[in-house]
Design a protein around this ligand. Structure first.
Ligand code: MG
Length: 374
């Protein structure tokens, strides 16, 4: 039973190229499955989320992060009686536009594009992938996804001003996205805040004392586990506390969103779209705890000295390869050389699609041993 403000698949604005219905999967289920079967999705397995394999091979990569976002999103969507299939499709597709090497790779690719008078944005790149880049079907380029999935790809994490992005006009930039899309940015953050505490602790880049000192929410829940399981190992008490951090954030997101929907008297998808602000959100108290956690992770993990060498390497590799192909486009694979687009776009697409191991291989091939390239 869907809520009156959920997206109904039978009211979808449909695909660019109409297709006959499938006998037992609806359009959003098929979109989810098309994402899972895409090449860009499979490559998430070998893309860094935060930690490279130098630290451990059981840390999250972009694929396992994506699966965690999908799990959390399904739970919340079901509790709010939203369209779970649409939410799942949006969660699974939300990171496919990310280049190799996590945030550092994205920053370097953006800088390289800026030098050519352009920029790189992973949401817009994800749209580009599903619209043009994936070649799987004889009848159309891309994945021919429904409007609602494409709209969610563009709008889940930020608003794009209409005047600046005329090419996105069809995505109703003056309206809020459906709740199914609004959720994704928040579940993404629940997933990575908790996962990065976990992986950071495992990597010994964060100590228990630092986490308890910098994340009051975690500290409170950890103390509870300390008295409940006095004989358990610190790691197991850590796990119990972290699980409760996640539960606390998820529960608050569900109840606060439900309260805002009720307070704003939202009765339909049109109401969601026309509402002046996004309705999916944490309560002010929990939002403050979320911000504290995020700030702690920035100060102690993302911007830590320990991760600097990898970030520098990522920037060097992306920048040098980009410049190399700008100088020598004949070193690009034939299929890329034949594309009738500005060279910087072709190189952007090629690099953004790469996995970490593949870009390392390409760098060794065209730029020589690291440090010697120029
Ligand atoms: Mg993400």
């Amino acid at each position: 039973m869907l809520a009156p403000y959920a997206v109904r698949v039978e009211q979808s604005r449909g695909r660019r190229v109409p297709e006959p219905p499938h006998p037992y999967r609806d359009a959003f289920q098929r979109d989810r499955d098309r994402v899972i079967h895409s090449r860009a999705f499979r490559r998430l397995e070998a893309k860094t989320q935060v930690f490279t394999r130098r630290y451990s091979d059981h840390f999250r990569n972009r694929l396992t992060h994506t699966i965690e976002v999908a799990q959390i999103s399904r739970t919340i969507a079901a509790a709010l009686a939203l369209n779970v299939d649409l939410v799942e499709a949006l969660a699974l597709v939300h990171d496919i536009g990310h280049p190799p090497f996590g945030h550092a790779g994205e920053k370097a690719l953006d800088a390289a594009m800026k030098a050519e008078g352009e920029s790189f944005d992973h949401n817009l790149h994800a749209l580009h992938i599903v619209e043009h880049f994936e070649q799987r079907y004889a009848a159309f380029p891309g994945l021919n996804l429904t409007f609602e999935v494409r709209e969610g790809i563009v709008k889940h994490s930020r608003d794009y001003p209409r005047e600046q992005f005329p090419e996105l006009a069809e995505y109703l930039l003056d309206q809020r996205p459906p709740l199914e899309a609004q959720l994704i940015d928040l579940t993404d953050e629940i997933a990575y805040d908790t996962a990065d505490l976990d992986d950071g602790y495992e990597a010994r880049l964060l100590t228990l004392d630092e986490i308890c000192g910098g994340v009051p929410l975690f500290d409170r829940l950890y103390r509870g586990m300390d008295s409940r399981y006095p004989g358990a190992s610190p790691k197991l008490k850590f796990n119990e506390a972290l699980k409760r951090v996640m539960d606390h954030l998820v529960t608050d997101l569900i109840t606060a969103t439900r309260d805002r929907i009720a307070a704003a008297r939202i009765d339909s998808l049109d109401d969601v779209r026309a509402h002046p602000a996004r309705l999916a959100s944490f309560s002010p108290e929990v939002d403050a705890e979320r911000k504290q956690t995020k700030q702690f992770l920035y100060g102690n993990l993302y911007l830590s000295k320990a991760l600097e060498p990898e970030k520098r390497m990522a920037e060097e590799i992306v920048t040098q390869l980009f410049e190399h192909w700008m100088r020598r486009p004949s070193d690009l694979p034939r299929s890329y050389q034949n594309r009738k687009e500005p060279l910087a776009h072709v190189i952007r697409d090629y690099i953004a699609g790469m996995t970490d191991p593949f870009i390392l291989e390409q760098h060794a091939r065209f730029c020589g041993p690291r440090g010697a390239a120029g």
